[in-house]
Design a protein around this ligand. Sequence first.
Ligand SMILES: [Zn+2]
Length: 187
Amino acid sequence: MGAQVRILRLNKSGLPLAWLSREQAATLYVRDRVLWSIGDQQFTMRGGLNHLGERSCLHLAPIIASDGDSKSLPFTPLLDNRLLFRRDGHRCMYCGYQFNDCKLTRDHIIPKVQGGADCWSNVVAACQRCNHHKGGRTPEQAGMELLAIPFEPNLFEFMYLANRQILGDQMEYLQARFSGQRSWQAA
Ligand SMILES: [Zn+2]
């Protein structure tokens, strides 16, 4: 497994808290804070030598639940261009073409100058050309059509957007809890 692979940490109710590095996950195991785990793919981590000269070995599951550090709900997903562009499949939501992230912009559907909010449900990925053409107008005023309805990701969708290297067990766990507002392609 690649170095980028991360372990999904849940609280004891099964809500995702964070993507952990293997080292961070190992720390929870060592401190005996892992309550239960899900998934077959096991990461093996070699530790140091104990006083008998034996090397310790930890087996980490792809999804672990731990006590404590429960986040306060309701969850408000941070609006971030990297995640926004991923939500929209790296596609301009006006012309439909795919672009590299550096060529995409955050378009406010109801423009800020008209009182539009900077929130997930009022923003889409747009190429520079479409964004420039639209200017300070709504899609209707500009005669442009939105290709998909923007929405705020739920906690599970947010965790999906935040990690590009999701393992099968992790994807299955998250996907079962998606809001169903959009079908996601693994990207
Ligand atoms: Zn465009």
